[in-house]
Structures are given as structure tokens and as C-alpha cells.
Write a protein that binds this ligand. Structure first.
Ligand code: HEC
Length: 221
């Protein structure tokens, strides 16, 4: 017992010596066990920088680019020449950008997206790149990551998955769009890596997959 207390005191003294002084003020540089990113080459906002010829730290956006979270200037949706941005990552408002009408998820593709064979092919490609690792190429939720602990990936073919009245299994198109954009539980958000148009293409592909599995009575378990 005596040795237990002695070694306990010894360990406690080491821990206090190593970490206890964190936060206390000193003229000396702090002891850093894990320096992480405390020191790095960076420009603080509103600060000067010798790196650029004009001496400004803050840069203007590169001509012809749109920062994330900003809308591409476009003709208003009511205009006949209106074109949705082909590869927008906009966090704009409206059903096309959010999957919602007000506070409610909408169902069906937005008017900006035209259902076509090429849209479904694009959706299939993007689904296989981004979603199949967890949800499986078949959509049954048993992708390769299920072997490594992601056991809850949604099964798109569970009974009732095409019945809007079945809250446990059915996800409206807008709800799927929202989950792709913002993530849910163990599923991360893909709004920064999959364009708005591709998110809708994936939604359309998942629907096609659900209908195909149901109508052809295929087993995907
Ligand atoms: C890292 C693994 C992973 C990836 C990749 C992934 N998901 Fe998920 N997904 C999950 C998990 C886990 C859940 C269950 C989340 C929960 O309910 O907590 C889920 C749930 C869902 C749901 C149902 C959400 C709800 O409302 O209950 C949809 C729809 C969905 N994913 C679509 C997608 C699509 C489309 C992609 C590809 C863009 C994708 N997921 C990529 C793991 C993943």
C-alpha cells in the first residue's frame, strides 16, 4: 500500500509539473509537449503581409470565382433566360438549394433539374463515389464501412421505403437532399464537396434504384 501511495504521489507530481503550469503567465516560452498548430505561417485578418506585392494580407476573390456560401449572380428564376448554376455549391434559399419549402421538406425534383437518362447516370456515378462505401452499391446500407463499425447506414430498400406515409422508411426527395448537404448522425455533410446539381442527381438515382429493386422484386439483403 505504501508503495502505491508513493508511486501515486510521484505520478501526480510529474503530471502537475508537466501540465499544471499551463495557463500561468511567464516571460519564458512555454514547454510544449504537443505543439499542434500553435505556431504556423499565417496571415491574421486585417493584418499587413510582405508576401504580396501590394502589402495587403486580405485578398480579393479571384476574378470569375464564387466564394462558398455566395450565390452565382444569375438572371432571376422568373426570367426565360434563367439558368441554374451547373456546378453550384450555393447555400442559397429555395427548394433547389435546401430541399425545403419553408420549414417542410419537399418531394419531387426542383424545376431547375430535368429528369433524364444522363442525370441518372451522373447520379449513379456520384452515388458510387460518395455514398456506396457506407450505403453499399445496392443501397442496402451494408457498404464496406459496415465491417469497420458504421452499422447504421440507412437501408434505402427497407419495407415501406416508397410509401410517403411510412415515416420510418420513407425519405422525401428534399429530406435526402438535406441529409446529403448537412449530414446526420455518423454521416458527414457533403454540401462542400458535391454540387447542388449532383446532389439532386444522386437523389434521383436513389429513387430509381428503389423503384427498380421493388418492381423487379430483387433481393439486396
Ligand atoms: C460515412 C458513411 C456514410 C456515407 C459516406 C454516406 N452516408 Fe448516408 N448515412 C450514414 C449513416 C450512419 C446514416 C444514419 C444516420 C442517423 O440516422 O444517425 C445515414 C443516413 C442517410 C439517410 C437517411 C437520413 C435520415 O433522414 O434518417 C440518407 C437519405 C442518406 N444517408 C443518404 C446518403 C447519400 C445520398 C450519401 C452520398 C452522398 C451518403 N448518405 C453517404 C452513413 C453514410
Amino acid at each position: 500500500m505504501k508503495y502505491f501511495f508513493l508511486s501515486y504521489l510521484f505520478v501526480a507530481a510529474i503530471v502537475v509539473a508537466a501540465f499544471g503550469t499551463r495557463g500561468s503567465k511567464s516571460e519564458l516560452p512555454p514547454i510544449e509537449i504537443l505543439p499542434d498548430m500553435d505556431y504556423q505561417q499565417k496571415v491574421k485578418y486585417q493584418a499587413k503581409s510582405d508576401f504580396f506585392a501590394d502589402g495587403l494580407g486580405a485578398r480579393r476573390p479571384v476574378a470569375g470565382t464564387v466564394p462558398m456560401g455566395f450565390e452565382v449572380p444569375a438572371k432571376p428564376a422568373s426570367s426565360p433566360e434563367y439558368q441554374p448554376p451547373a456546378f453550384g455549391f450555393s447555400h442559397g434559399t429555395g427548394y433547389y438549394n435546401t430541399g425545403k419549402f419553408g420549414d417542410y421538406y419537399g418531394d419531387g425534383l426542383p424545376k431547375e433539374i430535368e429528369l433524364s437518362k444522363s442525370l441518372l447516370e451522373r447520379g449513379e456515378r456520384q452515388y458510387n463515389i460518395y455514398c456506396a462505401v457506407c450505403h453499399a452499391a445496392s443501397g442496402n446500407g451494408k457498404g464496406v464501412t459496415s465491417k469497420y463499425g458504421i452499422l447504421t447506414a440507412f437501408n434505402f430498400h427497407q419495407p415501406g421505403s416508397l410509401d410517403p406515409a411510412n415515416a420510418a422508411a420513407y425519405r422525401a426527395d428534399g429530406a435526402m437532399f438535406d441529409v446529403i448537404s448537412n449530414g446526420k448522425g455518423l454521416m458527414g455533410p457533403y454540401g462542400g464537396s458535391i454540387s447542388v446539381q449532383d446532389r439532386w442527381a444522386i437523389v434521383a438515382y436513389i429513387r430509381a434504384m428503389q423503384v427498380a429493386v421493388k418492381e423487379n422484386n430483387v433481393s439486396v439483403q
